[in-house]
Design a protein around this ligand. Structure first.
Ligand code: COA
Length: 178
């Protein structure tokens, strides 16, 4: 279903298209992200470029057959010595027109492959808005388990949102069901 789609690591030169994609994500799915459209729209392209160049992160992009960026996911390393066995998965998004065709799954599969290439990374964690069922189902299918629910984690314009905290080992041997 996701034939013709390629997943590539984004570089500083992708900053313009990455910025446009993420701003679309924040505006289309306000409750799915902790950052807001307004916060991020105020950042110049240079801020996005530095973000993509940060050596403690990996940002992947899904490109369609015409080489347009249509989805993304990001890995951010923890900085403190005793947390360097962990990495955080953030900023996951697939454009609405392409949703439900397996691109999210491919982005996560590749994020897991990338995390295995990083020195000493043993586990990935993430947070997801508790009522974001498409995302929770996708993460669960890829082997992420919920280990906590943070009440009122986010105070959005329309009210508080709970976040689920999920994790999985990066190991390819880890048994995933479904
Ligand atoms: C969540 C999101 C990334 C999923 O990407 P996607 O490309 O549509 O996902 P896939 O097609 O790879 O679907 C994989 C699995 O996810 C789940 N899923 C995806 N869309 C779903 C939906 N609308 N309803 C229920 N489950 C869904 C299913 O379990 C699906 O597996 P299946 O097809 O075998 O049933 C995408 O919908 C999105 O960008 N949402 C808005 C932003 C967001 O919520 N980001 C996550 C922030 S934590």
């Amino acid at each position: 279903m996701s034939a013709g789609i390629s997943i590539k690591r984004l570089e500083a030169t992708d900053a313009g298209v990455y910025r446009a994609l993420m701003l679309r994500a924040y505006s289309e799915h306000d409750t799915a992200f902790t950052s807001t459209f307004e916060e991020r729209a105020n950042k110049p392209v240079d801020w996005w470029s530095r973000r993509l160049q940060d050596p403690t992160t990996v940002t992947l992009g899904a490109f369609d057959a015409g080489d347009s960026l249509i989805g993304t996911v990001r890995l951010e390393a923890y900085q403190r010595q005793r947390e360097r066995h962990k990495i955080q998965l953030t900023a996951m998004y697939v454009m609405k027109d392409y949703a439900g065709s397996g691109i999210g799954r491919r982005l996560l599969d590749d994020a897991l492959i990338e995390s295995r290439k990083l020195n000493g990374i043993e586990l990935i964690n993430l947070t997801v808005t508790a009522d974001n069922l498409p995302a929770v189902r996708l993460y669960s299918k890829l082997g992420f388990q919920t280990f906590g629910r943070e009440s009122r984690a986010v105070k959005a314009t329309l009210g508080y949102l709970d976040k689920l905290h999920m994790w999985r080992p990066v190991s390819a041997d880890y048994l995933v069901q479904g």
